[in-house]
Design a protein around this ligand. Structure first.
Ligand code: ADP
Ligand code: ADP
Ligand code: MG
Length: 617
């Protein structure tokens, strides 16, 4: 077994890998950017090496710096985590060339599966059913449009180098094809440096079902059953579970056998995932499930597999990288119960899921029997605008699906984060959705019903009344009584916005200056009314700032324009995604801080909306 390990990653996955390595007695080495000097993975590792400025392309994505850090610390092996350099064949090769053990598949396997078109061609040859579509070299728009017509609408345009749900466009009608193609190619070129696309039949009622595979250097390949990741928002996984609802034994066997065939076709070593798309309009059956792509790394949602199989997949990765055979054979692997994972993000569903960065002044995770939290932050840590704003993966296990789902809901309900906004209440509502609860989910569910889930949660009257009591002096309430007011209510500030709360208690002998109230996975600061503080802390002043560094790609308004709440103001491209910024309230565009094409820093003023003077009187 290797004796030391450098983790070429950050956040929860770096912490996750460190945890297992430590248990196995392996010395751990973290790398960190300037933004991460105080990060949890740095604190948890035995040693940590700085590798440069905050932007990932100047630190976590620089192969030479990581290899130099490994040399400097005498690290015997490198684990890439997921994202960053994990599916970069050149990096894997450079690690091996430096005489360091690469915890992952051979570079040739990564390359074979790296581009979606080549991977599909290879899989078809290996007898794995692939999603019907066009995956040719010719990229002329006319030909692609013809191919789309032949496949039949709706079709999906996919960047062959895409990942993380980016670089994909659903096209339902022929007349929309040209625009969608251009926008997909633009996003692909900027995010992946490769504008090649393939065209796929868009599967009706699609379900995303994937199989965990594992290979070693002794000729063994096993599968660890399937996961269902159908609950997605804009092609990104939101909630994942294992096993897949409605999967019968025969379909499972056929699907998992196809996954093992796929892995063997590329001589796969280590942990990998074969992703399939299934037609979920009826009962699952093997002839309606097709290969989509392979991820040649550990997957974000690997914990649900661990929870139902009892296998520590990171331990297996480290054993296989050390040359050991797989610890278990296929016959030894069984499914025990059900597991479900939710990705808790620092983002604001009510504002188009914009990342919500800043310090985690309050960070508390709910607990439940069989519960597990994989996190990369701690209370007092910062959510940086430079990286994926995931706070934690919240994972629950149960004897059956309902128990796992209810426990996960409980864990999310009991979490509390402030002042950073999270998607906790969105996740809770998703878990409670009748179709999800019944196990009949498809990837379009959030697109159809997500608006309700994204509504900002509000604290209940009971919790507000209890908190208000702590803020109001005893005497003040007595005063209300003496005047025999019909209603005893007072004004407060709830995260900077004015609220009226009915007072039901006695008030406090020593009134607090502010109280954090927590409910539905969210927390709010309730404080005494100050007339000048309304809209203050929340940016409700009408100043729209860049939530992260990025590039303005479109400005929809001009100075002086009258806008209504929710109206699109501009589009910012950041973290490989396009984010739409909207007006927080009705008003007038008082200032425009950036034009199309401009690069902006975090917190740069983009637009200022002034409240409509006429309405203000
Ligand atoms: P998985 O396929 O493991 O379930 P996803 O599909 O959600 O994970 O994401 C694919 C990959 O993209 C992951 O390796 C993840 O780390 C990475 N990723 C997701 N969001 C970002 C981001 N904003 N910046 C960089 N990498 C990201
Ligand atoms: P990525 O590399 O970004 O993960 P994938 O090819 O795995 O890209 O697709 C991501 C998601 O897009 C899938 O999980 C699924 O929701 C949706 N999707 C992909 N291909 C299809 C398809 N042919 N029909 C319907 N939905 C699809
Ligand atoms: Mg995928």
């Amino acid at each position: 077994m290797i004796a030391s390990l450098l983790i070429a990653n950050r956040g929860e996955i770096a912490c996750r890998v460190i945890r297992t390595a430590r248990r196995l007695g392996i010395r751990t080495i973290a790398v960190y950017s300037d933004a991460d000097a105080e990060a949890l993975h740095v604190r948890e590792a035995d040693e940590a090496v700085p590798i440069g400025p905050a932007p990932a392309r100047e630190s976590y994505l620089v192969a030479e710096k990581i290899i130099a850090a490994a040399r400097q610390t005498g690290a015997e092996a490198i684990h890439p985590g997921y994202g960053f350099l994990s599916e970069n064949a050149a990096f894997a090769q450079a690690v091996m060339d430096a005489g360091i053990v690469w915890v992952g598949p051979d570079p040739s396997s990564i390359t074979a599966m790296g581009l979606k078109d080549a991977a599909k061609t290879l899989m078809a040859e290996a007898g794995v059913p692939v999603t019907p579509g066009y995956m040719g070299e010719d990229q002329s728009p006319g030909l692609l449009a013809d191919e789309a017509g032949k496949i039949g609408y709706p079709v999906l345009i996919k960047a062959v180098a895409g990942g993380g749900g980016k670089g994909m466009r659903l096209v339902e009608r022929e007349e929309d094809f040209a625009d969608a193609l251009a926008s997909c190619q633009r996003e692909a070129a900027s995010a992946f440096g490769n504008d090649h696309v393939l065209i796929e039949k868009y599967i009706a009622s699609p379900r995303h079902i994937e199989v965990q595979v594992f290979g070693d250097r002794h000729g063994h390949v096993v599968h660890l059953f399937e996961r269902d990741c159908s609950l997605q928002r804009r092609h990104q996984k939101v909630i994942e579970e294992a096993p897949a609802p409605g999967m019968d034994a025969a379909t499972r066997e056929a699907l998992c056998a196809a996954a093992v065939r796929a892995a063997k076709a590329v001589d796969y070593v280590g942990a990998g995932t074969i992703e399939f798309i299934a037609d979920g309009s009826g009962k699952l059956s093997a002839d309606k499930i097709w290969f989509m792509e392979m991820n040649t790394r550990l997957q974000v949602e690997h914990p649900v597999t661990e929870e139902i199989t009892g296998v520590d997949l990171v331990e297996w990765q480290l054993r296989v990288a050390s040359g050991e055979p797989l610890p278990l054979s296929q016959e030894d692997l069984t499914i025990d119960g059900w597991a479900m994972e939710a990705r808790l993000y620092a983002e604001d569903p009510a504002r188009g899921f914009l990342p919500s960065v800043g310090r985690l002044e309050l960070l508390q995770f709910g607990d439940a029997e069989g519960g597990r939290i994989d996190t990369g932050v701690y209370e007092g840590a910062d959510v940086s605008p430079h990286y994926d704003p995931m706070i934690a993966k919240v994972i629950a296990w149960g004897e059956d699906r309902d128990e796992a789902r209810e426990r996960l809901e409980e864990m999310l309900q009991d979490s509390a984060v402030w002042p950073v906004k999270t998607n906790a209440s969105f996740l809770v509502k998703a878990l409670q959705h009748p179709d999800f609860a019944a196990g009949t989910v498809d990837t379009g569910l959030i697109g159809r019903d997500g608006a309700d889930m994204a509504e900002p949660p509000v604290p209940s009257d009971e919790v507000l009344q209890a908190a208000a009591d702590a803020l109001v002096p005893l005497a003040a309430i007595a005063g209300f009584r003496l005047n025999a007011a019909p209603r005893r209510a007072a004004w407060f500030l709830l995260d900077g916005a004015r609220v009226e709360i009915e007072l039901t208690g006695q008030g406090s002998a020593e009134p607090a200056l502010g109280v954090l109230v927590a409910e539905q996975g969210q927390a709010w600061l309730l404080s005494p009314w100050r007339h000048d503080a309304v809209h203050g802390a929340t940016g409700g002043s009408g100043a729209i700032m860049a939530p992260m560094p990025g590039k303005v790609i479109a400005v929809e308004v001009e100075k002086g324009d009258r806008v209504v709440r929710g109206q699109k103001l501009l589009t910012l491209e950041a973290m490989k995604m396009e984010h739409t910024l909207t007006a927080p309230f009705d008003g007038v565009v008082a200032e425009l801080g950036a034009g199309a094409g401009q690069q902006v820093q975090v917190d740069a003023l983009l637009v200022k909306i002034a409240e409509d003077a006429e309405q203000d009187v």
